[in-house]
Design a protein around this ligand. Structure first.
Ligand code: SAM
Length: 281
């Protein structure tokens, strides 16, 4: 009878598109999901014939390059599990850092917050659950993404008002915000050639790409609209492409934001820009 690690080895060797360590951890993730067991529980008694058919179907999807979060329909974010599907971006670690920064810098009760381009709703739901009595809104152009966000809010017992809005064309129906946050599409189309197949083939283009000739499109429109959306002293938090730190920083300065800061992520890449809106700036 093969032991647990032989079985993992056998299954993970089929995931040729991943390196060995990554393939092993994906297989462990699948086994845990399908058997409801932790790795330590499985050490002695697992045989291939005991595994459910669905696990092998999922293994085939992994072989084809589909990210495991889509295969399992869920992804971890800031200590909670969020539903994901092909209409939503898979929440990233960098975005957890953005949420963490907002929480660290804003501790008052009753803050009014809007997240633009909400996807799974991971940002507003996390903020609503971590902050005291916050009034939180999230918008997206994609109805399918908003459906996922609504489900996540319900499952996680978070109170967030979601709305459909094309931020490039419409003005969101909220005002007097303490915090405006956005992780908008920010990858120039020309960057496609350098991207992994499992991002390109499976994640929604609507969530990722901006025209090559105007990579700051969303930042400019959101920061411009932010002047009306934010209350005096309100703050704008952007997640950014690592190559556009200086451009987004100077854009906010030009538009009249004060105390503009550019912050790095844990990988030492420029990742977050923050600005403050003062009345009459
Ligand atoms: C990079 S994803 C961020 C998703 C989520 N906030 C996160 O951090 O995981 C950008 C989101 O913006 C949405 N989006 C794209 N164009 C938009 C537009 N014109 N107006 C509003 N939302 C838009 C996409 O549907 C996508 O959900």
């Amino acid at each position: 009878m093969p032991n647990y690690s032989e079985l993992v080895q056998k299954l993970s060797s089929q995931l040729e598109i991943y390196d060995a360590q990554e393939a092993t951890s994906l297989v462990n993730w699948l086994l845990e999901h399908h058997l409801g067991l932790r790795r330590v529980d499985m050490m002695h008694f697992l045989e291939e014939k005991d595994l459910p058919e669905k696990l092998f179907e999922d293994l085939d999807r992994l072989k084809a390059g589909e990210p495991i979060q889509y295969v399992l329909g869920k992804a971890p974010f800031y200590g909670r599990e969020f539903l994901v599907n092909s209409s939503t971006l898979i929440p990233r670690n960098e975005t957890e850092e953005l949420v963490h920064l907002i929480l660290k810098e804003n501790k008052s009760s009753g803050l009014k917050i809007l997240d633009i381009g909400t996807g799974t709703g991971c940002i507003p739901i996390s903020l609503a659950l971590e902050l005291d009595h916050a009034e939180v809104y999230g918008l997206d152009i994609s109805e399918e993404a908003l459906e996922v966000a609504q489900k996540n809010a319900k499952l996680l017992h978070a109170s967030v008002n979601f709305m459909k809005c094309d931020i490039l064309e419409e003005h969101p129906p909220v005002e007097d915000l303490d915090i405006l946050v956005s992780n908008p599409p920010y990858i120039p189309e020309k960057g496609k050639s350098e991207m992994h197949r499992n991002v390109l083939d499976f994640e929604p283009g609507l969530a990722l790409f901006v025209p090559d000739q105007d990579p700051l499109l969303f930042y400019r429109v959101i920061a411009e609209k932010g002047k009306k959306l934010l209350k005096p002293g309100g703050k704008l938090y952007f997640e950014i492409h690592e190559e556009f730190g200086n451009e987004v920083t100077s854009l906010l300065g030009k538009l009249g934001y004060s105390e503009v800061r550019l912050l790095k992520d844990l990988n030492e890449k420029d990742r977050i820009v923050v600005g403050k809106w003062e009345a009459g700036s």
